[in-house]
Design a protein around this ligand. Structure first.
Ligand code: MF3
Ligand code: CO
Ligand code: CO
Length: 256
């Protein structure tokens, strides 16, 4: 039995506050992503900003035992990388995933960062994942289905000879970090749940340069590509509107 929480306009405005705050953390951390910095230092900077400036709660911290306030997923790490004392080096690519809770509502967004000058392959996988997110978002409107979103993303990614991760997906979001529905990044047009005004969910395609297969490290969080090739991910929190989509985690002046 799935239960999808339709949000009222006031609830969506509250989620927008959380979403804009999460996006502001990504904006703040950008200048700190440099060769030599550790992911643990990035976590500390984000944590302090979220708690002290935003007066918000970093949702990952202690979520199902997750030990840090943000996720940092470097190179062949697909998602849920745990910040630590590993130093970033020029040419690394990294997803930083930020989720804040403000006034009981969640905002969840992530993007790719290049450490120093990107490699051709690093740039390519980050670009394909970004375009996959944009394509998915452009599919959202009342009457479209979850299968339409997944299909649009899968088609774009596979046309670029990359692959879509199957084991992890987007999700409904609101008072809960993760709620129904599951938003798969692959699928068939017309299949699955029909979208309705007031639904709120994330789209967060994970795109691999090689094969789609994943491996979970013994820390029970870090997900890597089985073939150790690069992976990239971008994420937004969205609301379905009367005639399309509202990107709750997009700051004024930012690209999608
Ligand atoms: N922010 C991730 C997502 O997009 C979830 C991270 S769960 C955590 O759904 F515990 F690792 F933080
Ligand atoms: Co998410
Ligand atoms: Co996220």
């Amino acid at each position: 039995m799935s239960s999808i929480h339709i949000k009222t306009p006031d609830e969506i405005e509250a989620m927008r506050v959380a979403g804009q705050q999460a996006a502001s953390v990504l904006r703040l951390i950008r200048e700190h992503v440099q060769p030599g910095v550790t992911t643990g230092e990035l976590d500390r900077i984000c944590h302090e900003y979220i708690v002290d400036e935003l007066k918000a709660v970093p949702a990952p911290l202690n979520y199902r035992g997750f030990p840090k306030s943000i996720c940092t997923s470097v190179n062949h790490v697909i998602c849920h990388g745990i910040p630590g004392d590993k130093k970033l080096k020029a040419g690394d690519i990294m997803n930083i995933d930020i989720t804040v809770i403000q006034d009981g509502w969640h905002g969840d967004t992530s993007k790719m960062f290049f450490v120093g000058e990107p490699t051709i392959k690093g740039k390519r996988v980050a670009d394909v994942a970004y375009r996959a997110l944009v394509k998915g978002i452009e599919t959202v409107r009342p009457g479209a289905t979850l299968g339409d979103i997944g299909h649009a993303i899968q088609t774009l990614v596979e046309a670029e000879r990359c692959s879509v991760v199957r084991e992890y997906c987007g999700h409904g979001i609101g008072r809960n970090f993760h709620e129904d529905p599951q938003v798969l990044h692959y699928g068939q047009p017309g299949q699955g749940l029909e979208l309705k005004e007031g639904m709120t969910f994330t789209i967060e395609p994970m795109v691999n340069l090689g094969k789609p297969h994943t491996r979970l490290l013994p820390d029970d969080w870090t997900v890597i590509t089985r073939d150790r090739r690069l992976s990239a991910q971008w994420e937004h929190t969205l609301a379905v509107t009367a005639d399309g989509v509202d990107i709750l985690t997009r700051l004024p002046g930012d690209d999608i």
